[in-house]
Design a binder for this molecule. Structure first.
Ligand SMILES: Cc1ncc(COP(=O)(O)O)c(C=O)c1O
Length: 400
């Protein structure tokens, strides 16, 4: 039997994540990996979680935690989320709130609900690989908009929308990670956030605002989310507990217009019926008891220290002609090497020298970015970061 003849057209469009494959290589013993997007396990609040689980399972709440739940999420958890996002400047009722199995599921549901074959989605150059793959699976055509140190260039975004309009093509949505972007680490400037909403309203399109790193700020004043400037229709906001609690929970939420939430809920019903009640219940107590407010500063302290070690090592070892971002938060740093160096070709040498990264082309929907790479500073232990950067610098110097 030829399975290829049986697969749906949709499946033939799906791509495996280059990062997931690379992660396997980078998990070999002795490899210093800057490749994954993994939080540091030392940042998982295991003791608090144990205490909460014991409390839940020895009370009436066990019956809720171990039962199927409503598709949009447990009512009490959604209520807590509306309070949680209010602190970031987002006004939402529970009718605007959907709990999902990670924000990766939210991206997939957005694709299911909004994307037809050939629909145009504007994304950053570079952008998050998981979003690229989720939208491609629904036949989207992804068009890249360059970033600079203040995030997506909204002037170029506007120009691109006009250019496509002239060709008779309509853009359906903009996908953006405005705060400490994965992969580039940059933050979208405040005035650009407002401007993006104006562009969306003027052109009748949606903004997908993906905010996993918002609360992992090491320095500077928090900016309003893009959703803050929304008229209630144009921005679909999503955020996750993966980076502030634990990715093993697979817990995230979407804030959007009620009508959009209803459609996302219908789509989710046939995917998994509901998000696990158990993890929602734990997260609910985690927020209510104030643990999250005490815990996030500890994560920030650890990640800031690691970022600084990496920045110092880059300064010390990387040869002239290399540039990198200095992120004010998040988990990633973005490196640009001299134009003639291919970080794809360099990766074989890197793995031989037992150091790993993700090559930048993976994050570029236009096939560019071959001389760039993403470095994760949160997962490796403090004492190996300098050695890893030293190994990378040696490989680059050899090519130069
Ligand atoms: C920008 C962005 N969106 C979504 C995700 C997926 O997060 P989750 O673990 O909530 O599925 C990630 C994970 O790294 C991410 O960086």
């Amino acid at each position: 039997m030829k399975l290829r003849d049986l697969y749906s057209e949709r499946v033939l469009k799906m791509r495996s994540s280059e990062i997931r494959e690379l992660l396997e290589l980078s998990q070999q013993p002795g490899v210093i990996s800057f490749a994954g997007g993994l939080p540091n396990p030392d940042a998982f609040p295991a003791e608090e979680i144990k205490e909460i689980i014991n409390k839940i399972l020895s009370s009436d709440e066990a019956a809720i935690a171990l039962q199927y739940g409503p598709t949009p999420g447990l009512r009490q958890f959604r209520e807590e989320i509306t309070k949680f996002v209010e602190e970031c400047g987002i006004k939402a009722g529970i009718e605007n709130t959907l709990i999902t199995v990670g924000s990766q599921q939210a991206l997939d549901l957005v694709g299911r609900v909004f994307l037809n074959e050939g629909d145009i989605v504007l994304v950053g150059l570079p952008t998050y690989l998981g979003a690229i793959n989720a939208f491609l699976a629904y036949g989207a055509k992804l068009v890249g908009i360059p970033l600079d140190e203040e995030g997506m260039r909204i002037d170029l975004l506007e120009e691109k929308i006009k250019e496509l309009k002239k060709e008779g093509k309509k853009v359906k949505m903009i996908y953006t990670v405005p705060t400490f972007q994965n992969p580039a680490g940059v933050e979208l400037a405040e005035e650009r956030r407002k401007w993006m909403v104006e562009v969306a309203i003027e052109n009748d399109l949606l903004i997908i605002e993906d905010e996993p790193y918002r609360l992992l700020r090491f320095e500077g004043r928090p900016l309003n989310p893009i959703k803050y400037y929304d008229d209630g229709y144009h921005v679909i906001y999503m955020a996750t507990f993966s980076k502030i609690l634990a990715p093993g929970f697979r817990l995230a939420y979407v804030i959007a217009n009620e009508e959009i939430i209803k459609k996302l809920v219908i789509a989710k019903q046939s995917v998994d019926l509901c998000t696990p009640s158990f993890t929602q219940m734990i997260a609910l107590h985690y927020i209510r008891n104030g643990y999250i407010k005490k815990h996030i500063p500890k994560i920030i302290e650890m990640y800031k220290r690691k970022r600084d070690i990496m920045l110092d090592a880059l300064e010390k070892y990387f040869p002239p002609g290399c540039k990198w971002t200095k992120p004010k938060g998040g988990m990633f740093l973005w490196v640009e090497l001299p134009k003639h160096i291919s970080t794809i070709e360099m990766l074989k040498d890197a793995i031989n020298e037992k150091v790993a990264y993700v090559h930048g082309k993976a994050f570029h929907v236009d096939g560019s970015g071959e001389n760039t790479m993403r470095l994760n500073f949160t997962n490796p232990k403090d004492e190996v970061i300098e050695e890893g950067i030293k190994r990378l610098a040696k490989i680059i110097e050899k090519i130069l």
